[in-house]
Design a binder for this molecule. Structure first.
Ligand code: 13P
Ligand code: ZN
Length: 267
């Protein structure tokens, strides 16, 4: 378990370094059930407000609400805690010192419940505030998610070959909802089935991964493409006749062929 906690701390440091974790911004969970054999939780149960039968009895590391990623990077157990979901799936109890969990617990645990329901190998969920992706989420013309791939995904894929290679499911779009709400969690759950990462309009992103580094990489790849797109558009601002070209359809089909896409969905 030490290794998993070290990886969580390492990723928290990257989130801060990237500028995605202002103040307490962002949160994460990682399933630690494999490290426990008996019920070691204690204290009063904290109700979840929903029933999550597939993660009943499971253990998770959860970032604490109002805790900073830059602090978590040094002291994961002071800025988060391990919880066990009760056997009826309606509440949780802490394992050690209680640190009140992130306000985005509904999204994290509802997605974790879905991952267990389908027997996924994915253990980690990540919410963060990547600057360039959030900037693009203010542009209505990029938020239409009716076509597959949607316009934002096509734009990002066309920036560099690696985006399509490592984020072949693309980015889904969740219309604005109140942070921490069950509505946001439900909308996230619907979309995360089909995409590598989902964009929370005017807020941030939510990603899943085999481990927390994998979830971070998914966001990093897509945000890098967003940054390149926005940088190219600054050239357009100075030279209005020159629009970013993007990779051709043929070049993108070549990437798909060479990298043997598409990759496996989480479930
Ligand atoms: P928490 O501090 O509760 O984790 O909230 C941060 C956040 O990013 C909410 O969307
Ligand atoms: Zn947030």
């Amino acid at each position: 378990m030490t290794q998993v906690l070290e990886q969580i701390a390492e990723v928290a440091g990257y989130l801060w370094q990237q500028g995605w974790g202002e103040r307490n911004g962002g949160n994460l969970t990682v399933n630690l059930t494999g490290f426990f054999t008996t019920d070691v939780s204690k204290g009063e149960p904290h109700p979840l407000g929903v029933t999550l039968p597939h993660i009943a009895g499971q253990y998770f590391y959860v970032k604490g609400t109002q805790k900073r990623m830059r602090d978590l990077a040094r002291k994961p157990m002071e800025n988060g805690c391990i919880i066990r979901i009760t056997d009826d799936g309606t509440a949780y109890r802490p394992v050690d010192d209680f640190v009140p969990p992130t306000s985005e617990l509904p999204s994290h645990l509802m997605v974790q419940d879905y991952l267990r329901q389908c027997g996924s190998r994915y253990t980690a969920t990540l919410h963060t505030h990547p600057i360039e992706l959030v900037a693009l989420s203010h542009h209505r013309d990029l938020l239409d998610d009716t076509e597959r791939p949607n316009r934002l995904t096509r734009t990002l894929w066309s920036m560099i070959p690696e985006t399509l290679a490592f984020a072949p499911l693309g980015i889904g779009i969740v219309p604005y909802e109140v942070p921490g709400s069950v509505e946001l969690a439900e909308a996230t759950l619907k979309k995360i089935r089909d995409y590598d990462v989902v964009l929370w309009e005017k807020h941030g992103v939510f990603a899943v991964g085999q481990d927390i580094m994998d979830a971070f990489d998914q966001v990093d790849v897509l945000n890098k493409a967003a940054r390149i797109y926005l940088d190219a558009l600054t050239y357009t601002a100075a030279h209005p006749d020159s629009q970013p070209e993007g990779m051709t359809g043929e070049a993108m089909r070549d990437v798909q062929r060479i990298f043997r896409l598409p990759k496996q969905r989480p479930c």
